[in-house]
Design a protein around this ligand. Structure first.
Ligand SMILES: [Zn+2]
Length: 204
């Protein structure tokens, strides 16, 4: 693979590992799509995780503010799917530390492991395997900022926006590939359902 993996390289890895599937899927919120992406299926292969996170680290290094903050930088993930990205980036960037947060209950407030707490002024890169709705990243950003931490940017392997994706404004966003699936709010508006095809239900 190249110095910086290109979109087609990333998509090839995702398809070859089964992380990216084409079909007809129904999500827990009732929406339907013609694609289903589970990046952990690719990242479970250490060599893929390494190549992708090293590639992502090279994008981050182009940002002067991030590059000059590396020795103090924390890499923080809002979900377990982002852990291989957080640790891969931390190693590639020689950043200070990596950690994650968890929701107290599904959809509930974020909390950190006992004795882990963001510090006022702590510089943070928020990372995940994917930016989709952006809800987890947005909620964790708010939580981190409530501690006085400073979020410098977002980094994900795949950017898969929908019309409802959270708007992060001018916050820098780094990703290796952008995927555009077709989304339908519900079965009634789904063109795949209209064609008589039954969806596969997925739990996340
Ligand atoms: Zn459908």
């Amino acid at each position: 693979m190249k110095f910086l993996p290109e979109q087609e390289d990333v998509v090839t890895v995702l398809r070859d590992t089964g992380a990216l599937r084409t079909g007809h899927f129904e999500f827990p919120n009732g929406s339907h799509s013609d694609e289903y992406l589970q990046v952990p299926l690719a990242l479970q292969h250490y060599e893929h995780a390494k190549v992708l996170t090293v590639g992502l680290s090279r994008l981050l290094r182009r940002n002067t503010e991030i590059r000059t903050s590396l020795k103090d930088l924390s890499i923080v993930s809002p979900a377990t799917g982002g852990l291989p990205v957080a640790y891969g980036l931390c190693e590639a960037l020689q950043a200070k530390k990596a950690y994650w947060a968890e929701r107290e209950t599904p959809g509930g407030a974020y909390r950190f492991r006992p004795f882990i707490a963001p510090q006022p002024g702590e510089q943070i890169m928020l990372v995940d395997d994917i930016l989709h709705s952006g809800r987890n990243l947005a909620d964790l950003k708010t939580t981190l900022e409530s501690y006085g931490a400073i979020v410098l940017g977002l980094a994900v392997i795949v950017y898969q926006p929908t019309p409802k994706t959270h708007d992060f404004g001018s916050l820098p966003l780094y990703y290796l590939a952008e995927l555009d699936a077709s989304y339908y709010a519900d079965a009634g508006s789904c063109q795949l359902c209209a064609g008589g095809d039954a969806p596969t239900k997925v739990w996340v």
